[in-house]
Design a protein around this ligand. Structure first.
Ligand code: GLC
Length: 653
C-alpha cells in the first residue's frame, strides 16, 4: 500500500475506502472523536482461558442467570441456586430480614447464605455471587456504621488523600457485612441546583470530580483482592448531572464535545484508576445542535459499546440502574434486547427477575440478542469476579467479616466534617464560640441526625428515621453540649418563649429535610431559595435575630441554595452541606481552638433564587473556591435581596 494511502487509511475519516480492518479494530467515526484510553489492567491470558472454558460449559439459562441482579427483598438464597443468579443488591431501605437495626453479624450471615447458595448450583463450574450495595457516604445502610459527609461536602474539603482514606474505611465497613461491591463513586458534574442528586456530586468542576472520583476508586478497590477491598462503580454513565433544568433522569442537551470535555472527565480518571464496574444513567443524551438524539442512555450503543468499551478500553462490567431498562423505548422492566445489545452486561431487575430471565432466554433463542453478546456479558462478569478474588476466597474470608468494630470510622469522619464545612461569613467576632459563654441553640436541625446525614442514610430517602435509629454519632446540639458543657447550652427548637438577651450567642441550625434522587428535585419554575422551601427556618431566625446577641447560622443542605435573606439575618454563616453522623466535627470548628475552617466551595453559591447554575445568566454570590477562616475579616456586609418571583422565568440554557 502506498505511503500516501497508508496515511489516508490512518485517518479514520476515509476508513471505508481502505482495505477492511478486522471488526475489532474498526472505530466508528463518532467514537473516534473521543480520546482513546487503554485498560490499565494487562490482559491475563490464563484468566481469559479459564473464563472461556467456563462460559463454553454454561447453558443459556445459566448465562442469563449470571446477568441477572435481583434485590435481596425479592429473591431467596435457594432461588439464587435454582436460577443461577450471578449478583444481588440491597437497594436503599433493604436490610437482612427487613430489620433496620440488623447487626453487622446479621448482614454477614445473609451474605454467607447467598454465597453458599450460589456455590450449590448444579453447574459444572460453580460461579460465586457478587453482592452490590449503595455505600455512598460510608456504609450508610447499616445502623451503627459511621456515616461520612456526602460528596458535595467532600468536594469542599479539597483533599483527595482524605477521600482515598474514606474509601479505604468504607471498603472495610462493606467487607464487614460480607459484601464486596459498592455503587460508588458518583462522577456526576452537578450543573443545576434544582437537581435532587446535587449532593452526590463532588463539584461542578470536572477537574475536581476527576481527582476526587479517582481517589475514591483507589480507596475502595485497593488491590482488588485484599480483605478490605471492594469493587467500585463509576456512575451514572453518562451525563446524569447535566440534565435540562436539573430534572433527575431527564435529558442532557449537550454536544459530543461537551460530553467528552465535561461529562466524561471523571470517567477517564476512574477508568485509568482501574474501576471495574460502570453503572448506566437513567438520563438521556440529546445533541440538539447536531440534530442527534441519542435517547436514553440505557439503550445507547454508541456511548456504551463503541465509546466506553471500545474507544476507552473498558473491560469490566456495565450494570443497569434500578429497572433502568424499562425507560428504553419499546422495552419493559423484564424485556429489553436493546439494552443488552447496547452493551449492558448485568441487569438490575430487583423484583421481576424471573420474567426477565425467561424473556431474555427467548430473545436469544429467537435471534433478538446474539449469543456472542451474551457470552461477552458473562465473560465480563466472570472477569470482574476473578479479578476481585471471588473465585479464590469467599467474601467471608476477610478479617473484617462480621466484626462490628469495622464499621466504626468516627475519627476519620470527624476530620472529614471539619474539612468539609465552609465559613461564608463571620462578623462581630460571632465565631468562635467561646467556652464559658451562655449559648442558645435553635432550629429543628440542631438535634436531627436525619437532617445532618441526608438521603441514602439507613433508608433510601433518609426519612423515617429517629436519632435512636443511628446507633452511633452525635447531633451538633449534643456535640456542643459535650464540648462546652451541658449547663452552658440551652436548646429551643423554634426559638419561641426564650429571652435571647439572656444569652451571649445564638446558634441557629437550619436545614433541608432528607431526600434522594427525584424526590429532591426543585422543579422549574419554582425558585430555589432555602427560606421559600423551608419557611420554618426563616421564622426561627427571625425569632432570634436583631436582638443585640450575635447569631451564628449553620445550614445543612444538599445543594447551594439562594440564602441571602438568611445570611443577612446572621452574624456568621456556615454552609455545612450534609456532614453525616459526626456532629462533633462541626462543633470542633465552631468552637475554634485547635481547628480552623479550611473548607472552600466546590460549587458556586447563587445570588438569586432563579440562578440555578454557573452560566451566563446566573448571579453568583460566592464563587467556587470561596471559604473563610478565622484569620479572615469575615465581613460580607448586607447582601443584595433581589425580589424572588413566584415562578422563575428562564429555563436552564
Ligand atoms: C438507584 C440509583 C443508583 C443506585 C441504584 C441501586 O435508583 O439511581 O444510584 O445505585 O438505584 O440502589
Amino acid at each position: 500500500m502506498t505511503s500516501l494511502r497508508l496515511k489516508l487509511c490512518a485517518s479514520l475519516l476515509v476508513l471505508a475506502a481502505c482495505a477492511p480492518l478486522p471488526a475489532s479494530q474498526v472505530v466508528p467515526p463518532a467514537a473516534a472523536e473521543w480520546p482513546a484510553l487503554q485498560s490499565p489492567t494487562a490482559p491475563d491470558a490464563a484468566m481469559e482461558r479459564r473464563i472461556a472454558a467456563i462460559v463454553a460449559g454454561m447453558t443459556l439459562e445459566q448465562k442469563v442467570g449470571q446477568m441477572t441482579q435481583p434485590d435481596v427483598r425479592y429473591v431467596t438464597p435457594d432461588e439464587v441456586r435454582q436460577y443461577y443468579i450471578g449478583s444481588v443488591l440491597n437497594g436503599g431501605g433493604a436490610w437482612p430480614d427487613m430489620n433496620k437495626h440488623a447487626t453487622v453479624a446479621d448482614w454477614a450471615a445473609l451474605a454467607d447464605r447467598f454465597h453458599d447458595a450460589a456455590m450449590q448450583t448444579d453447574m459444572a463450574v460453580k460461579i460465586p455471587l457478587v453482592w452490590g450495595t449503595d455505600a455512598v457516604h460510608g456504609h450508610n445502610n447499616v445502623s451503627g456504621a459511621t456515616i461520612f459527609p456526602h460528596n458535595i461536602g467532600l468536594g469542599a474539603a479539597h483533599d483527595p488523600a482524605l477521600i482515598e482514606r474514606i474509601g479505604r474505611a468504607t471498603a472495610r465497613q462493606v467487607r464487614a457485612t460480607g459484601i464486596t461491591w459498592t455503587f460508588a463513586p458518583t462522577l456526576a458534574i452537578g450543573q443545576n441546583r434544582r437537581w435532587g442528586r446535587t449532593y452526590e456530586s463532588y463539584s461542578s468542576d470536572p477537574a475536581l470530580v476527576a481527582r476526587y472520583g479517582e481517589a475514591m476508586v483507589r480507596g475502595l478497590q485497593g488491590e482488588l483482592t485484599g480483605d478490605g477491598d471492594v469493587l467500585a462503580t463509576a456512575k451514572h454513565y453518562l451525563g446524569d448531572g447535566g440534565t435540562f433544568n436539573g430534572v433527575d433522569q431527564g435529558e442532557t442537551r449537550a454536544t459530543r464535545s461537551d460530553l467528552i470535555r465535561r461529562e466524561a472527565v471523571g470517567y477517564y480518571a476512574a477508568l485509568d484508576a482501574g474501576v471495574q464496574t460502570v453503572m448506566i444513567s437513567y438520563s438521556s443524551w440529546n445533541d440538539v445542535a447536531a440534530g442527534h438524539d441519542g435517547g436514553k442512555m440505557h439503550g445507547n450503543r454508541e456511548l456504551i459499546t463503541d465509546v466506553l468499551k471500545g474507544r476507552l478500553g473498558f473491560d469490566g462490567l456495565v450494570v443497569s440502574d434500578w429497572n433502568g431498562i424499562e425507560q428504553v423505548p419499546g422495552c419493559t422492566r423484564v424485556s429489553c434486547p436493546q439494552a443488552i445489545n447496547a452493551g449492558i452486561d448485568l441487569i438490575m431487575v430487583p423484583e421481576d427477575w424471573k420474567a426477565f430471565i425467561a424473556s431474555t432466554v427467548a430473545d436469544v433463542r429467537e435471534g433478538r440478542i446474539p449469543q456472542s453478546r451474551i457470552d461477552d456479558a458473562v465473560t465480563r462478569i466472570l472477569r470482574v469476579k476473578m479479578r476481585s478474588g471471588l473465585f479464590e476466597r469467599e467474601p467471608s474470608a476477610s478479617i473484617f467479616n462480621g466484626r462490628a468494630e469495622a464499621v466504626n470510622a468516627a475519627d476519620l469522619a470527624r476530620e472529614a466534617v471539619r474539612k468539609s464545612v465552609v465559613l461564608l461569613k463571620n462578623e462581630n467576632r460571632a465565631l468562635p464560640l467561646a467556652h464559658g459563654r451562655r449559648i442558645l441553640v435553635v432550629g429543628a436541625s440542631a438535634d436531627s441526625l436525619s437532617n445532618q446525614t441526608g438521603g441514602w442514610s439507613l433508608t433510601w430517602q433518609g426519612t423515617e428515621n429517629t436519632n435512636a435509629d443511628f446507633a452511633t454519632g452525635s447531633t451538633l446540639l449534643g456535640a456542643l453540649r459535650r464540648q462546652l458543657g451541658e449547663a452552658n447550652v440551652t436548646y429551643s427548637a423554634d426559638g419561641a418563649g426564650v429571652n435571647v438577651a439572656d444569652f451571649d450567642v445564638v446558634v441557629a441550625v437550619l436545614g433541608e429535610t432528607p431526600y434522594a434522587e427525584y424526590n429532591g428535585d426543585v422543579r422549574f419554575p419554582k425558585p430555589v431559595q432555602h427560606s421559600a422551601l423551608y419557611p420554618a427556618d426563616l421564622a426561627v431566625l427571625r425569632a432570634v435575630a436583631g436582638k443585640g446577641v450575635p447569631v451564628v447560622s449553620v445550614l445543612y443542605s444538599g445543594r447551594p441554595a439562594y440564602a441571602n435573606d438568611l445570611i443577612n439575618l446572621s452574624d456568621a454563616f456556615v454552609a455545612a452541606f450534609l456532614p453525616g453522623t459526626e456532629g462533633a466535627g462541626l462543633a470542633d470548628v465552631l468552637t475554634g481552638g485547635r481547628h480552623d475552617f479550611t473548607g472552600q466551595l466546590s460549587f458556586a453559591w447563587p445570588g438569586s433564587a432563579c440562578s440555578t447554575g454557573e452560566g451566563p445568566g446566573d448571579v453568583v454570590q460566592f464563587a467556587r473556591g470561596y471559604g473563610l477562616s478565622y484569620a479572615d475579616a469575615g465581613r460580607v456586609g448586607s447582601l443584595p435581596l433581589p425580589a424572588t418571583p413566584t415562578a422563575c422565568q428562564t429555563s436552564a440554557p
